[in-house]
Design a protein around this ligand. Structure first.
Ligand code: ING
Length: 312
């Protein structure tokens, strides 16, 4: 048994006016809850230090950059890393990363139980658009503010387990999980900020969007025999509702824990990494069953090409 007691630290809304210090104090409270619950690892959401700023249109790059972190840890987050180290709890958190050479990424990091950063992932699937779109009921400007990630889908050995990270929209793309499944991933951690409504289709319900989130995460877990922890930033941010529904999903694709609120809420589950072994050795024994000679389109073709050769 390789048990890791995992905490999924869902966070409620962060208002545009909230400071990083105010947010970190909420994260410290969740970390305290996790300590009391006996957690070894705590996972925080995507962009967990600020409001979901890609909903706002900015032209001034300095204003855009104010939502980014140039260092991690940093003055605002040092208290979190210090307390995690004191508690012997590993953490994973998402933030907007501004690199020394001026690149902008939607990033998630992972530490060991001594608060040393042992892994970094930069969001590859950026949804939304890059110019102001008056047709939309709200903006989703991730393609404007972030570059696609440049680190691929790495898997890291940490706490005697193989761990990988995704961010939000990545969870909808089976290729992302499979890239890590082909590295033996046993725990996939991801955060998300998912608007409750569709800016292009008022008829799409929050319930359907929540179903799509669970469907994507459960499929990714089952089809790669990996634990998946998906943690929301939820609730109403300056009048813009975000879905909650954070989950901890087993390697069989079963939801073991699910958040019930739209606020700061800690999910806890004792996850045995050895529970991933049976699926990897039978139904999803990739080496025995996959036929890559027939999968050429998946890695060589971006969009649709119809049988008559015309492009979609
Ligand atoms: N948010 C959303 C997500 O993928 C989205 C955007 C929602 C795209 C629903 C498609 C459908 O959950 C982020 N931040 O990626």
């Amino acid at each position: 048994m390789r048990e890791i007691v995992i905490g999924g630290a869902q966070m409620g809304p962060i208002q545009r006016a909230d400071t990083r210090e105010q947010v970190v104090s909420r994260m410290l409270a969740l970390l305290d809850d996790a300590k009391r619950a006996g957690c070894n690892l705590v996972i925080f959401p995507e962009l967990c230090l600020t409001t979901f700023f890609p909903r706002w249109y900015f032209e001034d790059q300095a204003e855009v950059d104010s939502w980014f972190e140039t260092d991690m840890p940093n003055v605002a987050t040092n208290p979190l890393f210090d307390r995690a180290r004191d508690y012997g709890i590993a953490i994973s958190l998402g933030y907007a990363e501004l690199t020394p050479d001026g690149q902008h990424f939607n990033t998630q990091i992972l530490t060991d139980t001594e608060a040393r950063i042992v892994g970094k992932y930069r969001k590859i699937h950026l949804p939304g658009h890059d110019e102001y779109d008056p047709e939309r009921s709200f903006q989703h400007l991730e393609k404007r503010y972030f570059q696609p990630g440049d680190l691929g889908f790495p898997v890291f050995r940490n706490m005697d387990a193989l761990m990988g990270m995704l961010i939000c929209n990545d969870r909808r793309w089976p290729e992302a999980y499979r890239e890590m499944g082909l590295q033996g991933v046993e725990l996939t951690m991801l955060g998300y900020n998912t608007p409750s409504g569709n800016s292009q289709n008022a008829n799409e319900s929050a319930e359907l969007r929540a179903f799509h989130s669970d469907l994507s995460v459960q499929a990714g877990a089952y089809q790669n025999s990996t634990w998946v922890v998906a943690v929301a930033k939820a609730g109403d941010e300056d009048g813009h509702p975000l879905n909650g529904g954070s989950v901890i999903v087993s390697p069989d694709g079963v939801i073991m824990q699910k958040a019930h609120t739209l606020g700061d809420e800690l999910l806890v589950h004792n996850c045995d990494m050895d529970a991933t072994k049976f699926g990897k050795a039978t139904v999803f024994d990739f080496k025995r069953h996959r036929r890559i000679e027939h999968y050429g389109r998946i890695a060589s073709q971006t969009g649709v090409i119809y049988p008559d050769g015309t492009q979609g």
